[in-house]
Design a protein around this ligand. Sequence first.
Ligand code: ACO
Length: 400
Amino acid sequence: DVIDVRSLVDKGHFTYDPGFVATAACESGITYIDGAEGVLLHRGYPIDQLADNSNFVELSYLLLFGELPSDEQYETFKGLITNHTMVHEQIVNFFKGFRRDAHPMAIVCGVVGGLAAFYHDNLDISDEKQRRVSAIRLIAKMPTIAAMSYKYNIGQPFNYPRNDLNYAENFLYMMFSNPCEEFKINPVFAKAMDRIFMLHADHEQNASTSTVRLAGSTGANPFACISAGIAALWGPAHGGANEAVLNMLDEIGDESEENIQRFIDKAKDKDDPFKLMGFGHRVYKNFDPRAKVMKETCDEVLAELGKADDPKLKIAKRLEQIALEDDYFVERKLYPNVDFYSGIILNAIGIPTNMFTVIFAVARTIGWISHWNEMHSNGFRIGRPRQLYIGHTQRDYPTK
Ligand code: ACO
């Protein structure tokens, strides 16, 4: 049931809903989730069908424009993205202002916000064409900026994007190619990377997307809004979870029952803030449909590497098994989420842990910008949550 609170507001009422568990802040036609049934649809298409038959660039078109592209539309869109992958040469100097050991999320957050200073020619947000140019710039430049943040971190020269490669291949090339060795793309890794991008592309009004919408509702430019989204994504309860999952698997150490049980007991202990990372979801009270695809991809990548008995995968699978049989997790409907297996795949591809959330940000940029664009196309009011005031009543300032 949907209650439109606008009639209540006219009578001087408002609703109290910490964490927005029951409050819709907008209308949207981009993504549908049925958390009880474990269903995720983008523009009506189920995520597993998209993961099997589509690719990240086509999905980006679908999210942004609402329909799957014709062959011609797809080629044009792909061409536009390819043509915008380079960043302004001055951005190289911007990178040099950061400490080498800065977390790549800190760098990406800063650089993306700074793009407004480089691309101020298209910042009229009331103009649909200008919004589209900004969207394409962001989708195209995110992998470049992400890979640059990694190269800067490890002290290697930046790689310029290559137009002959697809989106995922180009990202892997910019990450891993160096002037001393010949670089060969592993097609299984490129497919896995593309899937990771697809599975993280959009998830309706999650914390970071809502942040982008809230920032966007003030009329802020798209680069500033996406930078706000990146900041919100960084936390371990949201995009930082895949990094936290891998750290947790490392800490568990081995698949012994005793070690795993210790972590499960810790997660169940209400006096301990620890949560089982990669488990639970605000909306899914069933299997996260993305986690199923991610688990398959994980098996494919590890088989390709001849690591089907990877110790981290073994710990993860045993942990999942034990948790799913535990009353605490069953009663609360806590299932593995998308990030439970994504970290293992990224680790197997050779991506360092501190880049996991950056990769999530690369993928989610299309979701963020599609919501931002939808908001500007449909009309909106400035986002302005109310509060339940619990402070002092009026009192006089003490005079001496
Ligand atoms: N481990 C142990 N207990 C958990 C976990 C967990 N991972 N997740 C939820 N619970 C418990 C809560 O403590 C609460 O218990 P209670 O009823 O006894 O108080 C109950 O399950 C309900 O959980 P909520 O806290 O109400 O769930 P909420 O919707 O607020 O939080 C969240 C969802 C943030 C994802 C949470 O499950 C969590 O922190 N999970 C671990 C981090 C994680 O994997 N995040 C990734 C999310 S997916 C994404 O961003 C792509």
